[in-house]
Write a new protein. Structure first.
Length: 368
C-alpha cells in the first residue's frame, strides 16, 4: 500500500510490507534455543527533498569503528571532556582483569606447572594466540600504565609514583568515574587505611597503575580519600563478590609470589606453579558470583613477554565468550584490552593507542 503525505517542502512516500524480524537477543550458545521470531510491518520511507540517510558502521569484527565514530571521539578529546556513547543495553556489564607477570605464552601453554590454566581454564575459555605487550615496552610499569592510559608516558623503568606520577586526567578510571561507572583496584598485601604509594610486603606499586595518577592520589598523598576508597586489599574481593557489591570495573593484582613474578620467599621456587595455584583459588570465586553470571567477563593476561614482546597470554571467560577452547591468531596488544573495556562501558575519547587497536570482540559470541 502506498500513501503520500505533504511534509515541509516536499512529499514523503510510505511503503508498507510484511516482514519478520528477530528480537530478544539471548545467549544462544548457552541456551541452545534460537531467539523468537516476531511478525512486524517493515516501513520504508522515501523523501523527495534529497536528504541522505546516516552512514552505517561497516567495521568488520575485531576492527575499529568507522571514521564517523572516530571523528566524534576526536571532538570529545579536543574539548577535554569524557563522553559516554548512547547505546542499546550491552551484554557485558561487569569487568574483572587479573594481571600475571613476566612469562611468554609458550612457557604457560601445556606447561606441567600450570595444570589449572591448561586443564580447567583453557577448555572453558576463549584465548588469543597472538597477544603481545606493546612493541618494545618494558619493564612492568610502562605496560600497566598502557593498560590504563594507552601510553607509557615515555617511562622505561619501575619507579614508584613519587618519581613517575602523572597530572593527566586522560586515563580509564577517570573516564569511568565521569560516566558514573564504579571501579576498584584490588591489590594483594596492601592495608586498608592508606593509599599504597610504596612497596609493602609483596605488593609493588608498579603493578597498580591507578596510583600513578594525581587525580586518584591527590598528588601522592597517602591519605587521599579517592585512592583509599578505590584501591583496596585483595582480601575484600571475596566479601564484595558474596554481597554482590563489586564495582563494574575491577582490576586485580596478586602479590609478587602469586603473580608468577618472584620465586624467593614464595611457596615454591616454581613461579608458574605458584601463580597457577593462586588462580585455582581466585578464579572460581569470580565465576560463581552473581556479577559474573549476570553479564560479567574475566580477562587474565600477563604484563610483558620474557626476553621479548611475546606472545603473552590472554584468556577470556564470560557467559558471552565463545569459550569451549576457542582461539584465534589476530594480533592484539594491551591497547586492544583498553579499547575493549572502553567499548564495554561506552566511554570515549579513545585513550592513547587504543584509538588504533582492534578490540577483542572476536573472542565473544555477544559484544559488547
Amino acid at each position: 500500500m502506498i500513501r503520500w503525505w505533504r511534509a515541509g517542502i516536499g512529499f514523503v512516500m510510505l511503503t508498507i510490507s510484511a516482514c519478520s524480524i528477530n528480537s530478544a537477543e539471548g545467549d544462544i550458545g548457552s541456551s541452545g534455543a534460537s531467539p523468537p521470531t516476531v511478525a512486524m510491518p517493515a516501513v520504508t520511507t522515501t523523501a523527495t527533498t534529497g536528504a541522505t540517510t546516516p552512514e552505517s558502521d561497516t567495521s568488520a569484527p575485531g576492527q575499529r569503528p568507522n571514521q564517523r565514530s572516530r571523528t566524534a571521539a576526536e571532538a570529545a578529546a579536543t574539548s577535554g571532556s569524557a563522553t559516554r556513547t548512547p547505546r542499546a543495553a550491552h551484554s557485558l556489564q561487569t569487568v574483572f582483569v587479573i594481571m600475571m607477570e613476566n612469562h611468554n605464552w609458550a612457557s604457560i601453554k601445556r606447561s606441567p606447572s600450570a595444570p589449572y590454566i591448561n586443564a580447567t581454564l583453557l577448555p572453558r575459555a576463549s584465548h588469543a594466540e597472538q597477544y603481545y605487550n606493546p612493541a618494545g615496552v618494558h619493564p612492568s610499569l610502562p605496560n600497566y600504565l598502557w593498560l590504563e592510559a594507552g601510553t607509557a608516558f615515555g617511562i622505561r623503568d619501575d619507579g614508584n609514583p613519587g618519581a613517575h606520577h602523572q597530572r593527566t586526567t586522560s586515563h580509564l578510571v577517570t573516564l569511568l568515574e565521569h560516566a558514573g561507572i564504579t571501579w576498584k583496584s584490588y591489590q594483594e598485601d596492601i592495608d586498608r587505611a592508606t593509599c599504597p604509594l610504596a612497596p609493602i610486603r609483596k605488593y609493588a606499586p608498579k603493578h597498580d597503575p591507578m596510583v600513578y595518577f594525581d587525580d586518584v592520589t591527590a598528588t601522592n598523598k597517602p591519605n587521599a580519600a579517592s585512592c583509599v576508597a578505590h584501591v583496596r586489599p585483595y582480601t575484600e574481593l571475596a566479601r564484595d563478590l558474596q554481597r554482590n557489591t563489586v564495582a563494574r570495573y575491577n582490576f586485580i593484582t596478586p602479590n609478587l609470589c602469586d603473580d608468577m613474578h618472584d620465586t624467593f620467599g614464595c611457596a615454591t621456587y616454581d613461579s608458574i606453579r605458584n601463580g597457577d595455584t593462586w588462580l585455582a583459588h581466585a578464579v572460581p570465586q569470580i565465576l560463581a558470583s552473581q556479577p559474573y553470571r549476570a553479564g560479567g567477563v574475566l580477562f587474565i593476561t600477563w604484563d610483558e613477554g620474557e626476553g621479548s614482546d611475546g606472545p603473552i597470554g590472554m584468556i577470556v571467560l564470560s557467559p558471552h565468550a565463545k569459550g569451549a577452547g576457542y582461539t584465534n591468531t589476530i594480533r592484539y596488544t594491551h591497547s586492544s584490552t583498553l579499547r575493549t573495556v572502553q567499548e564495554i562501558f561506552g566511554v570515549t575519547p579513545w585513550l592513547g593507542d587504543g584509538a588504533n587497536a582492534p578490540d577483542l570482540r572476536d573472542l565473544f559470541t555477544s559484544f559488547p
